[in-house]
Design a protein around this ligand. Structure first.
Ligand code: NAP
Length: 309
């Protein structure tokens, strides 16, 4: 059966697109991907989503998004899209061997946490190395942990980890943070947090049996290197857009973000729309992602109307 709309991704952008297209009677099919609910499911308190004056937990907010979209008929599947073909209409989407066709596609695949790229980081991932304080912070009760990065994510992760850890050390490669003032102030006023400035992590020491016990730090403003003891290390160094599926198919910028036409969610292919973090490297907020998800639904609805005339 040909669908009117298939939505790939289920963060604030994808599920808002699902809500709007469902209410427009377009019966959207949502492929949720490997992390249903997207990045908000690995955050804690969301304090800046309007309508929740006391804040709300990220996973709970995404449950509400999903329930609201389903109420109007959106079908959400916990499936990961493995291939697409946008060369002819209807467009094709595969989940393994299963093929789905739709007249329009909304891409809301978001972005994924970046890692340092060390061998030891890969080997010890889940054994003392993490990119998600919400998921793993609990395992570091009364322990010392490091957080790598100098943006809002690093501040947020560091603050959150102080709920469990006895000490949190932020390791930053420069001598100033890029995070917003309010987030920096909160971290700097937390007595459990200190900072290693001008420092980069070169190696992580530990084993899958015993976890992490130290890292090698190299100063970025001198030749000095030293070992810093710790029980865990959290990466908070930004994100990469999830666009591998669309290589050579859709226009991307130099960092791999999908390019959309000014003031719209239109990509370079008619009937293919992109919304949320996969096309936004500037704002990257739940509320802006939701806003662009709404735009993509309206763009898709108008496209479907005009192509059926
Ligand atoms: P970001 O702003 O891009 O910051 C990444 C940080 O990691 C930077 O400090 C960067 O250092 C450092 N870094 C990058 N690659 C590195 C490497 N290979 N080795 C060592 N350090 C590295 O990313 P983000 O903190 O994830 O934030 C992304 C966006 O989400 C921002 O717009 C942010 O405002 C937003 N956000 C908001 C909230 C909130 O408001 N509650 C929470 C989280 C995120 P340099 O500074 O030297 O480049």
């Amino acid at each position: 059966m040909n669908r009117k709309v298939i939505i790939i991704g289920s963060g604030p952008a994808g599920l808002t697109a699902a809500l709007y297209t469902a209410r427009a009677n377009l019966n959207p099919l949502v492929f949720e991907g490997s992390q249903p609910g997207g990045q908000l499911t690995i955050t804690t308190d969301v304090e800046n989503f309007p309508g929740f004056p006391n804040g709300i937990m990220g996973p709970e907010l995404m449950e509400l998004f999903r329930d609201q979209a389903k109420r109007f008929g959106a079908e959400c599947y916990f499936e990961h899209v493995t291939k697409v073909d946008f060369s002819k209409k209807p467009y094709s989407v595969w989940v393994g061997d299963k093929n789905y066709k739709a007249e329009s596609i909304i891409i809301a695949t978001g972005a994924t946490a970046k890692m340092l790229g060390l061998e030891s980081e890969k080997e010890l991932m889940g054994f003392g190395v993490s990119a998600c304080a919400t998921c793993d912070g609990f395992f570091f009760k009364d322990k010392k942990v490091l957080v790598v990065g100098g943006g809002d994510s690093a501040m947020e992760e560091a603050n959150y980890l102080t709920k469990f850890a006895s000490e949190v050390v932020i390791v930053h490669r420069r001598d100033e943070f890029r995070a917003s003032k309010i987030m920096i102030d909160r971290a700097m006023n937390n007595p459990k947090i200190r900072v290693l400035w001008n420092s980069s992590v070169q190696d992580i020491f530990g084993s899958q049996e015993k976890g992490v016990h130290a890292v090698k730090i190299k100063k970025t403003d001198s030749d000095e290197s030293f070992e810093e003891d710790c029980d865990g290390i959290f990466m908070a160094i930004g994100h990469k857009p999830n666009t591998d599926l669309f290589n050579d198919l859709l226009d991307m910028d130099e960092n791999g973000y999908l390019v959309t036409k000014n003031d719209s969610t239109l990509t370079n292919i008619d009937g293919i729309f992109a919304c949320g973090d996969v096309q936004d490297h500037v704002y990257r907020q739940a509320i802006t992602a939701a806003g662009s998800g709404c735009m993509s639904a309206i763009d898709a609805e108008r496209y479907l109307e005009s192509s059926s005339e």
